[in-house]
Design a protein around this ligand. Structure first.
Ligand code: ZN
Ligand code: ZN
Length: 431
């Protein structure tokens, strides 16, 4: 049985996160979307951890369900932290001019039981104040973090979050590292998975041979309920074998079935440029300007594509043997908003969303599984848009320097042409 898994979430106690992010709302939203396993997020935050202890019922397998809920949504104890530490050794000097000598890296942590969470929280509180933010800042190195957590419970699982994000990704262009080994030092042996983040998809990882050994995870990292599961990781388990250990073992054994991905061009850091100067360009064009902005004469914010290009030892389009499968998707409320021209938070969109989910069971059934013909019976335009997204017939203006990309899912394209981007045309068919 297929389980759609959203491992990286946040509570209402994390910076810039919606008040509606409660465990009850996360449970019902996961049910509506068809997410089978969802992270609690933010277990380091004292108030949120209190709620988790009060409201979650252990299933005896390392997973939890909301007490009194009749949904079958499984929660996994998860959190995200930011380690801040001086870079002792780092990067290939010259290729990327990094700002300062401090690395700020985001990591996700999964834990198997509440007692371990309590111990991890106590240990991490020595390195920062967990009450300030659901995603606490810790003055410790990436290696110290992993060592601290793994010493408390060797069943813990740590993975670097959104690895390409310029400022907080382990490989980010601003203060990131060139390899997992440089970042995690002797603790790199405990790192088995990398999270893509919104601005990257697995095909970009395939260009870097030293990343072949890692499982690729995708998560929504949502700051509000509708964005839960906008990226996700799919596993196949027998219903009885489902457990915390089964999830972790599937990742370690590289048995991820597939990931569900944003179009990477839609992410906020795909291209290079300056938001304030209104300058956005491809890595190739940025290099022509020596990565210096012609408007303000300062260095561009280099996006994910540039960074991947710099580390790549394989050409675009290379597919390694045993490459993990993936599918692109766009949240249903955004599809409806686009097609109707109405606001994403409008009553119209909420209505149309409910009708489709009622008919097809879950949002992911509409987006991924139901036949386009059956969706057409409900709404021909939405069916056309979903068909286009499924087959990559979309047109995208890439995001840059914190600005989200802009996607057109109804633009007629030449037959056979797929995924037209503003920087030309390329074809990456889903495997
Ligand atoms: Zn993060
Ligand atoms: Zn500028």
């Amino acid at each position: 049985m297929e389980f759609i898994c959203e491992l990286h979430t946040h509570s209402r106690f994390a910076g810039a996160c919606s008040d509606k992010l409660t465990l009850q709302n996360m449970d019902s939203t996961a049910r509506t979307k068809g997410i089978g396993i969802i992270g609690t997020g933010d277990f380091t935050h004292p108030k949120w951890f209190m709620e988790i202890k009060e409201k979650m019922a252990s299933q005896g397998n390392g997973l939890f369900r909301l007490s009194g809920s009749n949904t079958r949504v499984n929660f996994i104890l998860s959190g995200e932290v930011c380690t801040i530490f001086p870079k002792v050794k780092g990067g290939s000097a010259g290729m990327f001019d990094r700002t300062g000598n401090v690395a700020k890296i985001h990591h996700c942590i999964l834990l198997p039981d509440l007692d371990t969470v309590a111990q991890v929280n106590e240990a991490l509180a020595r390195f920062g104040n967990p009450s300030i933010d659901g995603r606490p800042q810790l003055s410790m190195s990436a290696a110290e973090l992993v060592e601290t957590v793994m010493e408390i419970n060797s069943d813990a699982f740590v993975f670097p979050a959104h690895v390409w994000t310029p400022w907080f990704g382990v490989f980010g262009s601003m203060g990131g590292f060139d390899s997992v080994e440089e970042a995690y030092e002797d603790q790199a042996k405990h790192i088995h998975a990398l999270e893509t983040g919104l601005s990257a998809d697995p095909a970009m990882f395939w260009r870097i041979s030293k990343l072949d050994k890692y499982a690729i995870i995708s998560s929504g990292d949502a700051h509000s309920l509708p964005k839960l599961g906008r990226e996700a990781t799919v596993f196949e388990f027998g219903e009885k074998e489902l457990s915390y250990g089964a999830v972790v073992d599937a990742i370690k054994g590289r048995r991820v079935k597939r990931t569900i991905e944003f179009y990477p061009e839609e992410g906020k850091y795909h291209y290079d440029g300056h938001r304030k100067c209104g300058v956005s360009l491809s890595p190739e064009d940025a290099k022509r300007y020596n990565n210096i902005c012609p408007v303000c004469r300062k260095k561009f914010t280099l996006g994910v594509l540039h960074r991947v290009d710099g580390l790549a030892d394989r050409g675009e389009g290379y597919v390694p043997e045993g490459a993990q499968r993936y599918t692109h998707a766009i949240p249903l409320n955004e599809v409806i908003a686009f097609v109707s021209g109405k606001g994403v938070a409008s009553a119209y969109v909420a209505d149309a969303y409910s009708r489709l989910v009622e008919r097809f069971g879950t949002e992911f059934n509409v987006l991924l599984n139901s036949s386009i013909d059956s969706i057409r019976e409900s709404d021909p335009k939405i069916a056309e848009a979903i068909g286009n997204v499924r087959s990559n017939r979309v047109s995208i203006k890439p995001g840059y320097d914190g600005v989200f990309g802009v996607i057109d899912i109804l633009k007629p394209v030449d037959p056979g042409a797929q995924r037209k981007t503003a920087y030309g045309q390329r074809t990456i068919s889903d495997l």
